[in-house]
Design a binder for this molecule. Sequence first.
Ligand code: GRG
Length: 294
Amino acid sequence: MNFLEQLSQKVLRVNQSITDWLPGKEVHPARLHEAIMYSIDAGGKRLRPVLLMAAYDLFSSDRDPLPAALAIELIHTYSLIHDDLPAMDDSDIRRGQPSSHKHFDEATAILAGDALQPMAFEILAKGYAEDPKLTVDLVRMLAETAGSQMLVGGQMQDLLSEGMEPDEGNLQYIHANKTAAMIRAALQMGFRLGNRGGDDELLHAMGEAGLSLGMAFQAVDDLLDVTGTSEQLGKDAAHDADSGKVTWVRLIGEKKARELAAKHTEDAIEEIKRVGGENAFLLELVKRMLDRTN
Ligand code: GRG
């Protein structure tokens, strides 16, 4: 199977797991479940679950990576729904369609995001029930990542920094926590599920790879905000620039932001190679993330 076939097979498996694990949109209260499915089914790239599965493939085991892959996508989707709210980034378009609060209403969008969070942990608890130590590790990894010192902390600092003079240390903090932490968790959770998952040194190396990859992803995101069209991106282009966000492009310019993305990508590749295993798909994915157009 070539790279694109492997990629679409992984995305397909994640999408099928949604039907296996999530309440259907007809389940009472239907408006809430409809809102959850509206955002989940909107055709995101499924990058984090695919990264998780690719990290699992390095040293695969008899465990199923799908519950963990789905759990991280649910946390990511909640964060996008809440990020789009008027009180936060105030974005009307997400994943190529009206954002949740535009299609439904603010209260429904807040509640859909709220419901997605415990749902992620419920799936981890049920999906790995036969291995309590593994479950606790995965729950801890995802909870720490989604918590006040990573995802939510990064978002808080991002909001506090709007309209401020760009500051490199602050930008590093925001991007490491708002964006890179979830990518690191995807690689570490996937690795933890494989048969070398108990090797702390390799787990740490996967974390370093994830952090570099996440920083590269955010630098590319900043570049796409100024070079991409809204149609390509499935969200408002130039939204960050227009709302006075601190971005790499604003801080160091387009050329250097591109160089930074390439450097972080090289660092990620080096760490992944150090970990070893069946890494052809993961390495190709990491390289292609640098050239993505959405
Ligand atoms: C509300 C707690 C909370 C956090 C929000 C996700 C986020 C933090 C903000 C979204 C704004 C943004 C541009 C974040 C940085 C990069 C990022 C997470 C982009 C979206 O991820 P993709 O491109 O999206 O993987 P899809 O839709 O493909 O899943």
